[in-house]
Design a protein around this ligand. Structure first.
Ligand SMILES: Cc1cc2nc3c(=O)[nH]c(=O)nc-3n(C[C@H](O)[C@H](O)[C@H](O)COP(=O)(O)O)c2cc1C
Length: 214
């Protein structure tokens, strides 16, 4: 970052860790990133290699692979303020998210592949995403997981149960239809609204149950 950028870097209302892993539905993670930026939140972001393949498959984004280039691209794409989106690589062990003393109080893995779900449930910590989730669990901080698979195997279900019992919250990528969504974007927003509510934000993507429903 240039000294000009450093001077422009501001204090943000909140900090959240976001990991995008290689399950289908990367749109959920990207939309969450956009909303967090709009909510004056600094996002400490990790995008797995598999997620980069899924992003290339499911979206039109030409996302660079190197963390610095990805950070510049996403900052511009979502019109983030200087320093608002920080991207970390898979072995960047000196990143704030790798330690309880530096990590934000909340982490979201969205979408969460069954591979990463398994690694988190076992405490593997073999890459920075797994380590950051391990830190969230050991520090008893908020950890939201958005798995997407169909059907689920006993292994997947066991991991979700184990993680729920440890305090993580599983928010499956299963949008409701009672709002009569007219677009994919509205279905994506259904899940993102749930995540923002879990994180404690006043979200206005979706009416609350009982408001303007009929
Ligand atoms: C286009 C595409 C779609 C995929 N969809 C899913 C999925 O919905 N759920 C899942 O658990 N894995 C899915 N995978 C497989 C994961 O990407 C793969 O298991 C990978 O090892 C996960 O790595 P990661 O957890 O480091 O991101 C998909 C892969 C590709 C290329």
């Amino acid at each position: 970052m240039s000294s000009k950028d450093q001077a422009a870097e501001q204090v943000f209302a909140r900090r959240v860790t976001l990991a995008i892993t290689g399950a289908s539905g990367v749109q959920y993670g990207l939309r969450l990133l956009q909303c967090l930026v709009e909510l004056d939140t600094q996002v400490l972001l990790m995008v797995s290699k598999a997620a980069q393949v899924v992003i290339a498959t499911e979206t039109d984004l030409k996302l660079p692979g190197a963390p610095d280039a990805m950070e510049a691209f996403l900052s511009e794409h979502f019109q983030a303020r200087a320093g608002q989106v920080k991207v970390y690589g898979r072995e960047q062990w000196m990143a704030p998210v790798a330690s309880g003393s530096g990590a934000p109080s909340a982490m979201v893995v969205c979408p969460c592949s069954t591979g990463t779900l398994s690694a988190i449930a076992c405490g593997a910590s073999n890459n920075l995403i797994e380590r950051a989730a391990d830190v969230a669990l050991k520090e008893r901080r908020q950890l939201l997981l958005v798995p997407r698979e169909a059907p689920y195997s006993e292994i997947h279900l066991e991991h979700m149960l184990k993680l729920t019992r440890m305090g993580a919250v599983v928010v499956p990528a299963s949008p409701g239809f009672y709002q009569k969504p007219q677009s994919v974007e509205e279905m994506v927003d259904f899940i993102v609204a749930r995540l923002l509510s879990q994180l404690g934000y006043e979200q206005n993507l979706l009416p609350r149950w009982g408001e303007n429903m009929l």
